[in-house]
Design a protein around this ligand. Sequence first.
Ligand code: ATP
Length: 610
Amino acid sequence: MSKTPGNLGGKLRRARTQLPYLPKVMALAWAAAPAWTLAGGGLLLAQGLLPIATVYLTRALVDGMVAARATGGAWPNVRHVLVFVAALAAVLLLSELLKAFAGWVRAAQAERIKDHISGLIHRKSVAVDLAFYDLSEYYDHLHRAREDASYHPAVLLESTGSLLQNGITLIAMIGVLIPFGVWLPLALVASAVPALVVVLRCTMLQHAWRVKCTPIERRAWYYDWALTSADTAAELRLFGLGKYFQSRFQSLRQRLRGDRVRMAAHEGLAELLAGFFALVVSGLVMAWMIWRALRGSISLGQLALFYQAFNQGLGLVRSSLGNIGRIYSTSLFLGNLFEFLRLEPKVTNPPQAASALQTLARHIRFEHVTFRYPGSERVALRDFNLVVPAGQVVALVGPNGAGKSTLIKLLCRMYDPDGGRIEVDGTDLRDFDLESLRRVFTVLFQQPVRYNATVAENIAMGDVEAAPSAEDIRAAAAAAGADEIIARLPGGYETLLAKGFTDGTDLSVGEWQRLALARAFLRQAPVILLDEPTSAMDSWAEADWMDRFRALAAGRTAIIITHRFTTAMHADTIHVMSGGSIVESGSHAQLLAQEGLYGESWRAQTQAVS
Ligand code: ATP
């Protein structure tokens, strides 16, 4: 089991620094559900005051009964007793009603807060840089933030509410106890001190352990996903990986479980000792009061009042301790959520953005661009220079890992280069408004997303803002050579492409690629960036598609990344990349004549085919 560093003083200092999250959670609750929060507060107050009425009515009832007995059951005294019984019953009934009502209010409030926080997390997830996805800490934060979002805010509010409610009742009970002896409330509170220390210490240890174990937890989740996902199902069966992943999952779970069980044992023991101490203190106090009643220093009604107040006080202190523990633990965990929400993207808009481009008039230029992925030692692009004139179709070829896809990501400003600059029509990318810059491009990424949606929706996602018509969607599908594939589907454009849902179906890899191309074509952008558009096409389809693409791209600028020379040869200019730089450039004929890397690879590819 992990040990929390530092002594108790240090721990308490850290405990204090976490509490500022409490007002933040309150603000969050207010923003998410103001009316419910107000209703919850009102109910808390009412619920806090009712037990005081119960205590006083009990005293009046017992004293009334003693008086009734002393007068031999005289009707006026009995009537008195009956009035108190009725009042007590009404108070108890009301407290049950309030309890039920408060439960409903809390549930409604919790649901709203949960959805509000999910909304904040989703907004942040799509706003952060792609660079965050390269850092394991980001996933750790996200993992904890998402887990915490589901229930911690509600627990925090409930515990705080409960603590306040208990606090109101406790103060009143202390008021009841003081006439019996000023030291009684002190004894009540003192009996709880060891338990408070135990609660805070255990909470801190749990939190430190949780932070340390997040990567292990995430890895266990990964194995769980791999064992149950459609993406891995075929390989898992073929390579017999099921048992292997299961044993990995189990061994991680065993580690986590072992730690948890050990922590629970320590907690249990510490709680037992603290509970024993509280029991001794309250036992001594009760013994003293009974002795006083036997001596006749207090009436039976007073003893009943004391017993109720002290007993309730003990219960309240105990449940307040639980609440303090939960408040502290949830505010520690909510720290993760607020840390996540504080992440700020580095790829941002400049203070004075250049006006949006409607079209590419001159060129795209990479000037001495150097780039490493965040957290990586390897250079993906090294002193990279390239000019793509407007209106040209340019192909980029080169071995795996040469930096071709990286270039597209930099062009769309998913990342900013570490050195050098990228210009569009002479203006640095960083000087454009980000959103309008991204509208200049349409992209087919190397691994396009397969959206769980209908065929038409999958294409329309290329430009949801423009709300494309059925005609636009059909035209994009035809340009991508996807129309025939769609015509063969049972529901045509309305076919649901989601195998996991009722009536859903799936496509082949090549068919999905055509659909992703249609999505890219739907967006009427002046620059088309395609990463391996023909990799999953058969050679007939490829030739047909290239002809159509040239017609579609007429008047626009296109960069095509490809491993197929039969695709690249149709470009106006071909650039050969290797090790993050351009090593050869020219038309197909020029490059063949140069007899360099391109010529060599061309001959190897064509000889392999012939
Ligand atoms: P391929 O032909 O295999 O698609 P590519 O030329 O498109 O390769 P890139 O994807 O641009 O190559 O990758 C360039 C270099 O950057 C490679 O060395 C790769 O390992 C590295 N790289 C790519 N993505 C990341 C990442 N997210 N984090 C760290 N390194 C990365």
